[in-house]
Each structure stands twice: as structure tokens, then as C-alpha cells.
Design a protein around this ligand. Structure first.
Ligand code: NAD
Ligand code: UGA
Length: 486
């Protein structure tokens, strides 16, 4: 069989999450000749993917709803029929979650591969004929070996023979949340790792429907697995680097934005990923670096492990640094003070809060007895409840209640943006949502309790307007004095 013979007609993707959903939607959109089934054990999630109200899609990504509108129930289907769709498919993507292990060997660092193993077992058991299995999840280097072994061992034997055959490829996903559709439609590169040319070309030819061939890289399978962890580690390292320099700026009178511009103009450094913020969040940076740390230790490379672990430690330190700074500026205590939190998602244009810096910082502030009012354009209050570990107290919205000591350490969700400023001692901007760039600070200031502060951990607000509104102002990586009134 020449490799031109493998034409994929039916794809199944196991996992309908932030990666599986958008990735398969784009494949379906670009390849109308391929039937794409996205399956998930989470029935509620599947219901939402099938919802006629597109505002209810479980993943918010600009451009996604239009694709769903075009392709859903045409050549793109979401269902919970995991086994059935595996049987029908000739290519299966594994796009399940791979969080950090919470117990046992490697707890706190290694990836928990139980969902990947379960998927591999299901594929081994229910697939049909020859199947190409594609690792889409981010996995520790050498996982393909485990998957191959499971696929071989679990398949049923008939007349002393195993009837099924498999190829395993690594095809890590590099999309960023909030720009997922653009990243998928115009990727910097598509990476395919594997050792069987026919299988590689089968996947290559799917991407070739919209990605120029020169951007589709082929590597061996281990390089592909490791390249994904490395890409995330390098990106996260840049953020810890600039946040470390930001702290130094605050102590020296330098301005981190100016330093970023100066170093980013060097072509070798480049200008992207140099925005100092409240610390990186998202479901992957921390877990992928910790995974790299675990692997390095496993292979006896302690110094390599220490190097990468430093990136995560700096990030943790930096998030707590921001909460401590807020307490310090508010005269050393925030007990019973109302702080208006602007932004809870880990970055703008996503409803995802996983590992968001806002979680750590809000928990710190609540522990200090602050009363928080939290605003986010896309995150739902029940998600914030899950992240903070307890539900909101709506009474906070009635100002006369604010002196009630029972409200200390409680939070409420802001349903009316300007109402949230009422009687606030401080505003803390944690996510760079566009709407926070255009706040009417005169109106906000009238509502706040004086002396009041604005802390901008994203450098997104208009500081001139804030100062004109008679508010004290602090922003990340800046102690140039002229923007600080007291
Ligand atoms: P997610 O938690 O949003 O989605 C994973 C889905 O898999 C869940 O809905 C879960 O119910 C489902 N699942 C688990 N086991 C299953 C099984 N046996 N059968 C059917 N469904 C099953 O996770 P995600 O953010 O989409 O990430 C998936 C992988 O992609 C991870 O390895 C992650 O590191 C990687 N990744 C994520 C991003 C991102 O931006 N989120 C980007 C690149 C890579
Ligand atoms: C990141 C990578 O950018 C993707 O390539 C990768 O596929 C993905 O992880 C993954 O494997 O999950 P994502 O987590 O969606 O994507 O978001 P990023 O844009 O990378 O931002 C991560 C965090 O860094 C956010 O909290 C963001 O606010 C922060 N950040 C980013 C900064 O603080 N400063 C910057 O200059 C850039």
C-alpha cells in the first residue's frame, strides 16, 4: 500500500474540551469531505456543544460559534457515544486532560495519564481494522510507547491472532486560548512526530487542506512530544523573566514597559511575551514545566530540573507579592475593606479560569479579611465559587451592609459594572479585558471610599484619567513616582 492510499474519511476525537472542541471544529470546517465526531464522557458538556443557543457553547473563542453554525450536524458531530464513534473512525485523536498528579509517585509534578490510558484502552478494544492514533494532548516524552503497548495488549485475540493494527503519531497543539481559531487557521507550524511515513502523510494531508506544506514539520515522535513541553517552558520562562525584572523596576525607578520595549527591539529577543502581569495562569504552563522538572529528575538531571522549577517558583512568589503589596498600600490592613476585582479569567477573551492568578490573589485578600466584589465579562459566578471554594454573598451589594463583620472574607459577583465601585477602597485589575481600558474613572471615583486606590496589574488602564479622578495609582513594574500621588 503506498502512502497515498491512506485517505482519512472518518475522524474521532476523544475529549471535547478547550483543545478537542475548537481543533476538530476547524478540521471539519476546512475538510468538508471528512466526517468528524467529537466524543466526551461528560454528557453535560456534550449537551452544551449541541445547544441551539450558541452563547452556551462550553468554550468561548472568537470565531468558534460561526464555525459551529456552519459545520455542526453537517460533518461535525458532538456525542457521548465514545465506543461507537471509535469503531467507525480511521483516525483517532486523543485530546483528553493531562493534569498534574495529585497523589502517588511523582505527585505534584508528573502528569496524571489515567485519562490517556483509559482512552488508549478504549481505542484498543473498540477500534476496527487499521487505526491511526494521534496524541493531541500534551504528554511527557515517551508516552507514545505506553500508548502503543496498551493498544497491542488490550485488543481482543481471535484464532490466536490480533486483527487490529495501529500507528501512533504525536501532533501536539500550540493554540492559545482566546485566539484558538486564528491559531488553528493560521498556525506558525504544525508538528507531526512519528515513525511511519504513511501515517505521517495521512495526517499531513489533512492539514494540507489549509496549511502551507512548509509549515508542516515532521520529526521523530520523541522530539515532537518534547518540543511541546519545551515551547510552553520557554514561553513561561519569558513571563517569569519579565515579572522578575518588573519587581526590580519597582525598586529602582525603572519602568518595565520601557525595559520590555528596549530589549524586545533586539531581533534575537523579540517583542512578544514580554508583558509583565500578575503572573502566568492557564491550565498548561505550570503543569507542563512541572512535568519537565519531573522528567529531568527522573533522568538524573537535577540541575536541569532546578533551572525549570525556578520559573514556577518565581511565578508563585510574584502572585503573592501582588496581594502583599495591596495590603501594604492600604495602610497594612484590608480587613473589612471592599476591593473591586476586575477580571477573573487567566487572560482576556476566554472564560477559562484554570490556574488564573486571580484565584491565588483573591484567596490571599479574602484570607486577610477583605470584602471582594468580582467582575468578569465571561466567567460565571458559579465558576468563581468553585475556584474560591465557597459561594458568593449577595448582601455585599447592599452598601449599608458593608460594616457587618460577617462580610469580612466574603465575596460577591458584580452584575452591574459601575455599581461595583460603590464604597470600594481599591480596584485591582487582574485581567486585560478591553473594557477595562475605557473605564469612566470620574464616575467610578465618585462611588469609591476615599482615600481610594487603583492597582493595575495589567498596565491596561488610562493612568492620566485615574489621577485626574483623584485616585491613587499603582501599576506593575513602575515606581517612577510621578504616577503615584501618595
Ligand atoms: P479539558 O479538560 O478542557 O478537556 C478534556 C476533555 O476530555 C474533558 O471534557 C473530559 O471529560 C474528556 N475526557 C477525559 N477522558 C475521557 C475519555 N476516556 N473519554 C471521553 N472523554 C474524556 O482539557 P483541554 O484544555 O482541552 O486540554 C486537553 C489536552 O490538550 C491537555 O493535555 C492539555 O495540556 C493540552 N493543551 C491544552 C491547551 C489549552 O489551551 N487548553 C493548548 C494546547 C494543548
Ligand atoms: C499557552 C501557549 O501560549 C500555547 O502555545 C499553548 O498551546 C498553550 O499554553 C497550552 O499548551 O495550553 P494559553 O495558556 O492559552 O497558551 O495562554 P497564553 O497566551 O500563553 O498566556 C498564558 C499566561 O501568560 C496568561 O496568564 C497570560 O496572561 C500570561 N502572559 C502572557 C503574560 O503575563 N505576559 C505575556 O506577555 C504573555
Amino acid at each position: 500500500m503506498s502512502f497515498m492510499n491512506i485517505t482519512i474519511k472518518n475522524i474521532c476525537c476523544i475529549g471535547a474540551g478547550y483543545v478537542g472542541g475548537p481543533t476538530m471544529s476547524v478540521i471539519a470546517d476546512k475538510c468538508p469531505h471528512i466526517l468528524v465526531n467529537v466524543v466526551d464522557v461528560n454528557k453535560k458538556k456534550i449537551e452544551l456543544w449541541n445547544s441551539s443557543d450558541l452563547d452556551k457553547l462550553p468554550v468561548y473563542e472568537p470565531g468558534l460559534r460561526e464555525i459551529i453554525q456552519r459545520c455542526r450536524d453537517v460533518n461535525l458531530y458532538f456525542s457521548s457515544k465514545v465506543e461507537e464513534k471509535i469503531t467507525e473512525a480511521d483516525m483517532i485523536f486523543i485530546s483528553v486532560n493531562t493534569p498534574t498528579k495529585t497523589k502517588g509517585e511523582g505527585a505534584g509534578k508528573a502528569s496524571d495519564l489515567k485519562w490517556v490510558e483509559k482512552s488508549a484502552r478504549q481505542v484498543g478494544e473498540f477500534s476496527n481494522g487499521h487505526t491511526i492514533v494521534v496524541e493531541k494532548s500534551t504528554l511527557p516524552v515517551k508516552t507514545a510507547e505506553v500508548i502503543k503497548k496498551i493498544l497491542q495488549e488490550v485488543q481482543p485475540v481471535q484464532n490466536n491472532k490480533k486483527k487490529k493494527s495501529f500507528d501512533v503519531l504525536s501532533n501536539p497543539e500550540f493554540l492559545s486560548e482566546g485566539t484558538a481559531i486564528k491559531d488553528l487557521e493560521f498556525p506558525d507550524r504544525v508538528l507531526i512526530g512519528g515513525d511511519d511515513k504513511k501515517a505521517i502523510m495521512a495526517l499531513n494531508n489533512i492539514y494540507k487542506n489549509w496549511v502551507p506544506q512548509k509549515k508542516i514539520l515532521h520529526t521523530n515522535i520523541w522530539s515532537s512530544e518534547l518540543a511541546k513541553l519545551t515551547a510552553n517552558a520557554f514561553l513561561a520562562q519569558r513571563i517569569s523573566s519579565i515579572n522578575a525584572i518588573g519587581a526590580l523596576c519597582e525598586s529602582t525607578g525603572a519602568d518595565v514597559r520601557e525595559v520590555s520595549r528596549a530589549i524586545g527591539s533586539d531581533n534575537r529577543i523579540g517583542s512578544k511575551f514580554l508583558d509583565s502581569g500578575p503572573g502566568f495562569g492557564g491550565s498548561c504552563f505550570k503543569k507542563d514545566i512541572l512535568n519537565l522538572v519531573y522528567l529531568s529528575k527522573y533522568f538524573g538531571l537535577q540541575e536541569v530540573a532546578n533551572f525549570w522549577e525556578g520559573v514556577v517558583k518565581l511565578n508563585d512568589w510574584h502572585q503573592h507579592r501582588i496581594s502583599k503589596l495591596v495590603v501594604k498600600k492600604l495602610f497594612g490592613t484590608i480587613t473589612g475593606k471592599k476591593i473591586y476585582i476586575l477580571g477573573f479569567s487567566f487572560k482576556a477573551n476566554t472564560n477559562d479560569t484554570r490556574e488564573s492568578a486571580a484565584i491565588t490573589i483573591c484567596k490571599d485578600l479574602l484570607e486577610e479579611g477583605a470584602i471582594l466584589c468580582i467582575h468578569d465579562p465571561k466567567v460565571e459566578p458559579n465558576q468563581i465559587s468553585k475556584d474560591l471554594g465557597f459561594s458568593e454573598t449577595k448582601e455585599i451589594n447592599q452598601i449599608e451592609n458593608l460594616t457587618n463583620p460577617l462580610l469580612e472574607g466574603r465575596w460577591c459577583f458584580s452584575r452591574d459594572f459601575y455599581h461595583g465601585f460603590r464604597e470600594s477602597d481599591a480596584v485591582l485589575v487582574l485581567t486585560e479585558w478591553d473594557e477595562y481600558a475605557n473605564i469612566n474613572w470620574l464616575q467610578a471615583s465618585k462611588e469609591m471610599r476615599k482615600p481610594s486606590w487603583v492597582f493595575d496589574a495589567r498596565s491596561i488602564t488610562n493612568y492620566k484619567k485615574i489621577l485626574e479622578a483623584n485616585l491613587n495609582f499603582w501599576r506593575i513594574g513602575d515606581s517612577t513616582g510621578y504616577i503615584q500621588k501618595v
